[in-house]
Write a protein that binds this ligand. Structure first.
Ligand code: BGC
Length: 382
């Protein structure tokens, strides 16, 4: 059985690599919609939980279908795990923490052998994870680290600090801050994501690490004064909340003609809110605007010139790595790890695999997103 599984897994890995090389269609279907909740998001049980067949059930808990990327993550994980011979219980929790907890409880009750969890709030899963640990079920934190629980065995994610660094570097280069003439100042505003998502610490601090010398030198200034992580956070990474906050900022600090030169937005759903606010409430020269994920709506905005860059995180690659981890755990071998220093969840370092993020501008869309089969041209056409 193990040999057969290993052969199937090897085949899946080859297929995933070929897909990354652009020769086959992506594992993912077209996402349901751009930043819209598909009609089918039922919090309680989106799919019937599969019966445990022969003890190879994997529970995959995703936060929400509201944001495009989790649809792709879920579909990729399911397809790749099934191709490797596993039965998958994939659930979305509509960003509702009690729903996610009860979905995980059900996965445990149904006999799953490994849990893969992209948490809504990394602090909020406590007891159900103790239950998993008591039953000997390994937990892989997917993309977002689960905090303060010693039930977390592994972490599969992207290099989140590097995501922020790439955003910060883009701003430095786009405004040519290194060559800013003496006395010149540039106005910047900040927006990041959900305070319960540990990733915001890495995205935001990584970007600020690059911008800090220019802030210290007074070259970058923030007219709203909203610079602390908590002040610039966005509950649930929601586009409408981002838009509302920026409409306020623009009305309060820029309505007199003050020019906004740059917005550090940690991801595409918040960048989209900023772009909407700029469209409705700002008439000055368009600022530099960062993002992350290469969501379809943001790629379209890059084409339209209303978002400057994004950071591409290929969810096919993350899914493939996570499937390797699951398979190793199922077979009692060592999961792939390339970082044992960065991610302390409060109970100690969680061994991690960090995939590589790639900065993307409008010039990279063809090679990164279309040639690689991540999107079709039609998906990006208006
Ligand atoms: C992910 C980002 C995503 C954000 C909102 C973060 O945890 O790493 O890719 O944009 O959540 O879904």
């Amino acid at each position: 059985m193990k040999k057969i599984l290993a052969m199937i897994l090897a085949l899946v890995m080859v297929l995933a690599l070929v897909a990354c090389g652009g020769e086959t269609a992506p594992a993912t279907e077209a996402p349901a919609a751009e930043n819209e909740a598909p009609a089918t998001e039922a919090p309680a049980a989106e799919d019937e939980a599969p019966a445990a067949e022969g003890g190879n059930l994997v529970g995959v808990a995703m936060p929400t279908k509201d944001l495009q990327r989790w649809n792709q993550d879920g579909e990729n994980m399911k397809a790749q795990l099934e191709a490797a011979g596993y039965t998958v219980d994939l659930q979305y929790a509509a960003n509702d923490i009690p729903t996610q907890v009860s979905q995980i409880e059900n996965m445990i009750a149904n006999g799953c052998e490994v849990l893969v969890i992209a948490s809504i709030d990394g602090e909020a899963l406590g007891t159900v994870l103790d239950q998993a640990k008591a039953e000997g079920i390994p937990v892989i934190a997917y993309d977002r680290l689960i905090m303060n629980s010693d039930a977390v065995s592994y972490y599969a994610t992207f290099d989140n600090w590097d995501v922020g660094v790439k955003q910060g570097e883009y701003i430095v280069n786009a405004l040519d801050l290194e060559n800013a003439p003496e006395g010149t100042t540039y106005n910047i505003e900040y927006i990041t994501g959900d305070p319960g998502d540990n990733n915001i610490n890495f995205f935001f601090d990584g970007a600020i690490s690059v911008l800090q010398p220019y802030i210290d030198a007074g070259v970058l200034v923030c007219p709203s004064g909203q610079t602390e992580k908590q002040a610039v956070a966005t509950a649930n990474w929601a586009t409408d909340a981002a838009q509302a906050r920026f409409e306020n900022i623009l009305a309060s600090y820029y309505a007199d003609g003050t020019e906004l030169h740059a917005v550090l937005a940690s991801n595409d759903s918040t960048a989209l809110g900023v772009a909407n606010a700029l469209a409705s409430s700002y008439t000055g020269p368009y600022p530099v605007l960062t993002g992350q994920d290469c969501d379809i709506a943001s790629v379209k905005n890059m084409i339209a010139g209303t978002q400057s860059m994004s950071v591409f995180k290929d969810t096919r690659t993350l899914a493939a790595k996570t499937v390797e981890m699951v398979d190793a755990l199922m077979q009692g071998t060592e999961p792939p790890i390339n970082d044992t220093e960065t991610y302390n969840n409060g109970t100690g370092i969680i061994p991690s695999f960090l995939c590589e993020p790639v900065a993307a501008t409008v010039d990279d869309i063809q090679s990164l997103l279309i040639d690689s089969g991540y999107y079709t041209q039609e998906q990006l056409d208006n």
